[in-house]
Design a protein around this ligand. Structure first.
Ligand code: GLC
Ligand code: CA
Length: 552
């Protein structure tokens, strides 16, 4: 079987978290005009598709992932006219735009929910899930992704409603055909504006297991996979959305996939399924999450990461597609998590760029990775903005974890690590805003900022740019097969992408150690390396090489 050619397999995604990208009017919040100002910067990097985290009207309990009007732009980001201009400018730059849509839940301030909660017998009641309590408590033992019960009591009607995320994010009831009609209308509205696709938030959660039975599973990851995700009607619902709307447009869809495993992946993205083009599986992102989640960490290492890449490559074969990424707005900075953000920050950031851009799948780069931005360590819990961090802070400190111990976990795993403002220059607040930023800037902005990397031709930014332009020419990196070349040391990751014409060999030393390299590469020419002088038979710490040869 040969693999199908599609633009969304060849192009590279750049994720913008609008709040933290660029503030144009000094209110401390990144905005649409701020993005427009930076389109040349994005274009010059060489990415193709902009994924915009939510910019809809929202009370911002979860920074826009709690939508109160799917048809309105949040005033702090701008107006609908400004959005239309942004879309026009993106297309004028030869770029595409995909919007983030959140259909598993809405805000509790959405008018559907306000009507729903008003009485038991109103027409909006079953837009959401309402249940009476059990023995004076919630209807079952389900826990929210952000800590505490997944049910909230509402005294107006003396019932509980379901919220898998915060209590300001009630879950929509997709069983109700009226809800689905409303959602398809929203989808069509944005597609008719001419956008190029969607990133669908937590899409495998939309079909609930309606028995709402207590779960005996202790580990949260297992609960997600077996209880919250992959519900009985999930494929019927996604396929209906595809048949009713999506299939009429030349767009791409990527589903965020908590709970989707290599066993269930193709059910969502198989070419013949009529569902999604690709998913962001979260297997490598959830690595290290212990029974109580990310702030209760367990050990993992590169062996686990490599196994995940291998298993997903095998699971997809030529029949389905995934996105390749190492961070986004929900996880730590890739260089801090998978690299060495101190002594080898630059080398390891480049190595990770090479990894993301050479595996099979649509590469996705999170804003600031191209600058080598790293995690932040605020000492005061008040400096954090993320509702997840605050909810778990309360839960963990109340159950005996010390402030210092919890903050250590936040420094490593908190979502605000990637939500501090983009560091544009060395001026006050890193040039992000002329006012007071909504979240503090990472104090390392004097050493890490766009102005400096743009002035240095050896910088991480240009490494990304050159690799991106190479990737555009080399279809072997898109459609080619993949095989791992076994190495004696676990510190090394060596693999080849190949097709009938070419072989592209990638050699990565993802460690602080120097290694001897015994590999015959006589027929290859070296295209990229991230160190200034390297010896053929030695790999320096975090050295990464890319070589190419004819396949004969
Ligand atoms: C997704 C989003 C995350 C959000 C959650 C609830 O995981 O990426 O930012 O908090 O869904 O919408
Ligand atoms: Ca602003």
């Amino acid at each position: 079987m040969t693999i199908e050619r599609k633009w969304w397999k060849e192009e590279v995604i750049y994720q913008i978290y609008p709040r933290s990208f660029n503030d144009s009017n000094g209110d401390g919040i990144g905005d649409i005009q701020g993005i427009i100002e930076k389109l040349d910067y994005i274009k010059n990097l060489g990415v193709d598709i902009i994924w915009l985290s939510p910019i809809y009207a929202s009370p911002n309990d979860d920074n826009g992932y709690d939508i109160s009007d799917y048809y309105a732009i949040h005033p702090e980001f701008g107006t609908m006219e400004e959005f239309d201009l942004l879309l026009k400018e993106i297309h004028a730059h030869g770029l595409r735009l995909i919007m983030d849509v959140v259909f598993n839940h809405s805000s509790d301030e959405h008018e559907w929910f306000e009507k729903s909660r008003a009485s038991k017998d109103n027409p909006y009641r079953d837009y959401y899930f309402w249940k009476p309590g059990e023995n004076g408590g919630p209807p079952n033992n389900w826990r929210s992704f952000f800590g505490g019960s997944a049910w909230e009591y509402d005294s107006t009607t003396d019932e509980y409603f379901l919220h898998l995320f915060t209590k300001k994010q009630p879950d929509l009831n997709w069983e109700n055909p009226k809800v689905r009609e409303e959602i398809y209308k929203v989808v069509r509205y944005w597609l008719d504006k001419g956008i190029d696709g969607f990133r669908m938030d937590v899409i495998p959660l939309i079909s609930k297991r309606l028995e709402f039975a207590d779960t005996p599973l202790p580990a949260f990851n297992d609960v997600v996979e077996q209880v919250y995700s992959n519900g009985p009607r999930v494929h019927e619902f996604i396929n209906e959305m595809y048949e009713r709307v999506l299939k009429e447009y030349d767009i791409m869809t990527v589903g965020e996939g908590p709970g989707i495993s290599t066993k269930t992946g193709l059910d969502y993205v198989g070419h013949d399924r009529g569902e999604l083009n690709m998913i962001f599986h979260l297997d490598h992102m959830f690595l290290g999450h212990g029974p109580r989640g990310k702030f209760d960490p367990v050990h993992y290492d590169w062996k686990d990461i490599k196994k995940i890449f291998t298993d997903w490559y095998d699971a997809m074969g030529d029949s389905g597609w995934i996105s390749i990424f190492l961070d986004n707005h929900d996880f730590p900075r890739l260089v801090s998590r998978f690299g060495n953000d101190e002594e080898y920050r630059i080398e390891s950031a480049k190595l990770l760029a090479m990894l993301v851009l050479t595996l099979r799948g649509t590469a996705c780069i999170y804003q600031g990775s191209e600058l080598g931005m790293s995690n932040v360590k605020f000492e005061n819990i008040e400096d954090y903005r993320d509702v997840e961090t605050h909810n778990y802070y309360k839960e963990f400190t109340e159950s005996g974890t010390s402030h210092a111990e919890f903050l250590k976990q936040v420094h490593a795993h908190g979502r605000d690590n990637v939500r501090t403002p983009i560091q544009w220059n060395k001026e006050k607040h890193a040039g992000f805003t002329s006012g007071e930023p909504w979240i503090r800037v990472n104090p390392n902005y004097t050493e890490i900022n766009a102005e400096d990397v743009l002035a240095d031709e050896d910088s991480i930014y240009y490494f990304y740019r050159d690799l991106l332009s190479f990737r555009k020419r080399e279809k072997t990196l898109i459609y080619g097969d993949w095989k791992i070349i076994p190495m004696a040391s676990d510190d090394l990751f060596v693999y080849e992408r190949f097709d009938a014409n070419y072989k592209i060999l990638v050699i990565l030393n993802h460690s602080d150690n120097t290694h001897a390299l015994d590999l015959n590469v006589d027929n290859y020419s070296l295209c990229f390396t991230n160190v200034s002088s390297s010896d053929k038979n030695t790999l320096l710490p975090w050295e990464a090489r890319l070589l190419k040869s004819m396949n004969d």
